[in-house]
Write a protein that binds this ligand. Structure first.
Ligand SMILES: C[S@@+](CC[C@H](N)C(=O)[O-])C[C@H]1O[C@@H](n2cnc3c(N)ncnc32)[C@H](O)[C@@H]1O
Length: 265
């Protein structure tokens, strides 16, 4: 069944607004407000550390972290909080389609600005931002290409877009995102680079982070839920619920990528 943009937003909000606040998820992320797979290397031992490292890797793409920055699909505000290591809070704007998550953001970071907005229709003037960041959300957008065009438009000349994104199979797009038209389908990393170039970006870097982000996260999460089961903190049906969620993702997910692209000076 094809879902139009409004229904898609409602579906996405129903999913995140319920799952992001469960005790299990908060426990997994050690009471932090992150909801992403993180970047796992040999030094990382917890999801919170992995999420911090993902932020560090993405911000590393921006050579001079100056001026203002837009955090697209800012979740509950933990990515935005990380950005304050480099940018003053009054130079940071976060946007999301969920009012519930935004109210969380405003409590976490009162001196930053948070607005209800769809990533594919940014309500900002041309050439407004020195940088745009988007952590693990563009696969939800209807479409990713519309978002990339909007990001290019609102960036100042010479500004950077940095993001992490997930490429799904066609079947994954349908079952996870209810999009049978597959307008968002991107086959591989070369096609992703070509898309960024076609939209108008230059100096494009695409990094395959499937092993560090998805596969290592998967191994950690599978062990985490089994440990809970062994310790009688999860019953069998809870274990089955999480494992079926993870097994379905194995089928659906092709690549996890990090990307950086610059608007021409
Ligand atoms: C996996 S979460 C990532 C949240 C956050 N960036 C983080 O890393 O913790 C995906 C987020 O994308 C947001 N989102 C989905 N579609 C969106 C859209 N069209 N415009 C803006 N935000 C959107 C969701 O509300 C959710 O907060």
């Amino acid at each position: 069944m094809y879902i139009d943009s409004k229904n898609l937003s409602n579906t996405i909000n129903n999913f995140y607004d319920s799952h992001m606040y469960t005790p299990e998820l908060l426990d997994f992320y050690q009471q932090s407000d992150y909801v992403n797979l993180g970047y796992w290397d040999d030094e990382v031992s917890t999801p919170k550390e992995a999420c911090d490292l993902l932020m560090s890797k993405l911000l590393d793409f921006i050579p001079e972290k100056q001026g203002n920055i837009l955090d697209v699909a800012c979740g509950k505000g933990e990515t935005t909080r990380y950005i304050t290591k480099f940018y003053s809070p009054d130079e940071i704007i976060g946007i999301n389609i969920s009012e519930k998550q935004l109210s969380n953001c405003r409590k976490t970071l009162p001196s930053a600005t948070f607005q209800l907005m769809d990533a594919t229709s940014l309500q900002f003037e041309n050439n407004s931002f020195d940088a745009v960041i988007c952590v693990e959300a563009a696969f939800h957008f209807n479409t990713r290409e519309k978002f990339l065009k909007e990001a290019l438009r609102v960036l100042k000349p010479g500004g950077y877009l940095v993001l992490s994104d997930i490429l799904l199979t066609c079947e994954g797009e349908e079952s996870f995102l209810h999009k049978v038209e597959n307008e968002n389908y991107v086959q591989d990393l070369d096609a992703y680079e070509a898309l960024c170039r076609r939209v108008g970006f230059e100096s494009i870097t695409i990094v395959d982070a499937t092993e560090n982000c998805w596969r290592r996260h998967y191994r950690y999460a599978v062990e985490f839920v089994h440990e809970k089961f062994l310790n009688h903190q999860f019953d069998f049906s809870t274990l089955q619920h999480y494992m079926s969620f993870y097994y379905r993702q194995v089928e659906a997910l092709k690549y996890y990528l990090l990307a950086s692209a610059r608007k021409e000076k």
